[in-house]
Unconditional design. Sequence first.
Length: 366
Amino acid sequence: MMEVEAPGVAPVTTVDPATTAMETAPTEAELLALPDELLSCCCEGLEVKSLVALELTCRRLRELVSSDTMRWRQAVKDKWGKAYNSDILDAAAVIAGGWKQLFAEKYDPERRQTTFVSPVKSEVAAILSVIKGTGPTVPHLKRVSNFPSSSPRAAPTTPPSPPYGTSPVCVTIPMPDNEPSPLSIVCCVDGSSSVTEEDFWAMKDFLRSLVSSLRESHPEAQLSLLQFNQTVKRELPALTPVGPAAMVAVQSMKQLMGSTDIEKPLATAGSILAAADDGGSGSGDKVILLLSDGQTHMEELAKSEAQVRKAAETCGARFYALGVGRDVDEDGLRRVAAGTLLPARSHLKPVQQGAYFTLRRQRSRR
């Protein structure tokens, strides 16, 4: 404080704001004397960068910030809640060891400004758990109206479905209520020319992770591997136990190149699962896995959706599409996955049957 004098005027006392702030600011001892609840309230509204800086001040604040699960969960949801694979964030956080760990895992690729976006390790594990039927139920994609087609069609007799989107709708297929059934998976890998060498390697890397994961959690599982362009090549033709032969088939797969026909491998996959059902060797949970950039014409996507729906109806197959490529047709692959939405029947157990995940695509330019 200081006094200001003027001729004929009584002295006036002024206050220096900076000095007052220094005198009234709490000391470190006074701040740390607050209970955790009040300290947590003091942290509200802080950005992640400020939270990290606060962690570096002392052990107590580091423990307080690190253990604030809800704050880190909100930070992850705010940043990636509307991005790719957002439906599996909760499961990925459990696998990562917490929301803060997941934030750090996802933030690192962005900090390095990588050209492509892809799921981090914890998200890959979450996707694998969904495929194996041991993970969370993801919101189903609503069925959509027919794909545009150049050929004439009769007028639909039922009202058109609403536009696709996420919805907590579950489909239902016959499933026993006892122990988990044996798992049979048919993988359809896009080897056409629209898939780059790096994209093809990413598909193989995911399949290697799938085989390794199955050998640990589902040693009784069976796998069939198809690669396709305009034709279908059976890399692992029959449903084979997930042993060395399955890993060798993935490792030795060479890209075919050529054009793309997604309907053919999906039809072949459905036939393999149906034949296993008829032979009694494929009873249990069934999955069709499509790894592709989805680059084909709309009429073929409509036929692909029909094949997926047929497999779901005839043998209860679940279907998952994984988008890989520089220019992934995510809308088309989502619509194919939505083909597994079947009419619900009350006497059957609800089971999630289809979803789309991003495996590798070019980062959007802002």
